[in-house]
Write a protein that binds this ligand. Structure first.
Ligand SMILES: *Cc1c(COP(=O)(O)O)cnc(C)c1O
Length: 424
């Protein structure tokens, strides 16, 4: 596609684009015709393959964001594309008014991989979170006898579970809420990583505990060892549903199939999305045993595209790639090594490095300013990473990456972390 804006207009101020650059026209178009709800790095991508992406100038970049872990399998994984193409040749959408021949096998494979009895397919992560919220509320009313409309769900400070009006209602991020009220009641916030605070917050009305095993958008925040296990134990004692939002941490990202596996924790409701669609198509699910799932009866909940045959075929292939290519093990081994290498850089600007597997946050000292200029300097060297929570550079490449590529990236990351080319 040729941008409609004239190519003779002046280039942007970015040093990475020259006067023949096609980039500025695309930036202007997005700026002019799009809502300004994001602040992307000024790079316009037109092609992706594995861990690499190319911009409209023909420059190649290493993708170290992987679409917030929706691309664990890499860009355009051949097996996922093949499944999508073959399905597109047959049927793509039936709606849930009828059955299709992909959804049942998809849900069975998802249950077999996760060890649960049932799964409810949706599209985006936020929808799967909403599904989980509805599920445990109704479970609380029907199975625990909680008075109608009084169910409470405990959430953690710094949480991110999506952008719907209900989900932002329990966000602790002022900007996510500002101007969007009134908010959905029924949520109670506790500090993340604090078992005692959680225990103290549980009441007779508490139906669920919604937790990310590592907070992704919150800044790659890893809770203390034992946090998941202890909160799980309290949930079991008090009859509270433990709901793990593994939309970002799941499917191999942290070095296990699910991050809860690190503490041998089995949630009551497992929420997956992002990489379940292999970077090709939005696929998400809320997964649970019948005790929870069976509260849904015909007409209670739904989605026009949820469980559609194209999404189900893509979901099956995406899951198979994660398992067959042992992406959790790759993530574990490469992540542990890469994190040590990052720590070894020894930059005066870096406060500390944290994470698990290939979900890594490099925390920039407040005295060195925000993380954004570091990400811009990385971009100029051909590495795409994105700051999260102002001070954190997140490194989360596709899990298909190899050690040589990561080692080569370190040759660029090291100097940037030390401030080279960074407009501090
Ligand atoms: C991305 C994300 C979501 C929301 O997923 P969408 O597909 O953007 O709706 C929810 N929870 C976590 C932990 C996420 O990282």
């Amino acid at each position: 596609m040729v941008p409609t804006a004239s190519s003779s207009t002046p280039p942007s101020q970015s040093s990475s684009v020259d006067s023949d650059s096609r980039t500025p026209a695309y930036l202007r178009e997005a700026d002019r015709y799009g809502a300004h709800n994001y602040k992307p790095l000024p790079v316009v991508l037109e092609r992706g393959d594995g861990v690499w992406v190319w911009d409209v100038e023909g420059r190649r970049y290493l993708d170290m964001l992987a679409a917030y872990s929706a691309l664990n399998q890499g860009h355009r994984h051949p097996a996922i594309l093949k499944a999508a193409r073959e399905q597109m040749e047959r049927i793509t959408l039936t709606s849930r008014a009828f059955h299709n021949d992909q959804m049942g096998p998809f849900l069975r494979e998802l249950c077999q991989a996760t060890g649960f009895e049932k799964a409810l397919p949706m599209n985006t992560g936020a929808e799967a979170v909403e599904t989980a919220i509805k599920m445990v509320r109704k479970w609380g009313y029907e199975r625990r006898g909680i008075p109608r409309d009084e169910a409470e769900i405990i959430v953690c400070r710094g949480n991110f579970s999506g952008r719907t009006t209900t989900i932002i209602s329990f966000s602790s991020e002022e900007q996510y809420k500002e101007g969007f009220g009134p908010f959905t009641p029924g949520f109670r916030e506790v500090p993340y990583g604090d078992v005692d605070a959680f225990q103290a917050a549980v009441t007779d009305r508490t139906v669920g505990f919604l937790v990310e095993p590592i907070q992704g958008e919150g800044g790659v925040v890893v809770p203390p060892d034992g946090y998941l296990r202890e909160t799980r134990r309290i949930c079991s004692e008090r009859g509270v549903a433990f709901m793990a939002d593994e939309i970002q941490t799941g499917l191999g990202r942290t070095g296990r199939l699910f991050c809860c596996d690190w503490e041998d924790v089995r949630p009551d409701v497992l929420i997956v999305g992002k990489a379940l669609g292999g970077g090709v198509y939005p696929v998400s699910a809320a997964i649970a045993d019948g005790e929870f799932m069976d509260v849904f009866r015909p007409g209670d909940h739904g989605s026009t595209f949820g469980g559609n045959p194209l999404g189900a075929a893509v979901g099956r292939a995406s899951l198979r790639v994660v398992i067959d290519e042992e992406l959790p093990r790759r993530s574990d081994e490469l992540g542990a090594w890469f994190m040590e290498e990052l720590r070894g850089v020894g930059s005066p600007h870096v406060d500390h490095v944290r994470g698990r597997g290939l979900m890594i946050g490099v925390v920039i000292k407040a005295s060195s300013g925000p993380a954004r200029p570091f990400c811009e300097a990385l971009m100029e060297r051909g590495i795409l990473a994105k700051e999260t929570h102002h001070q954190v550079i997140r490194f989360a490449p596709p899990l298909t990456i190899d050690r040589e590529t990561l080692a080569a990236a370190l040759d660029d990351i090291g100097p940037v972390l030390k401030g080279e080319g960074v407009r501090l």
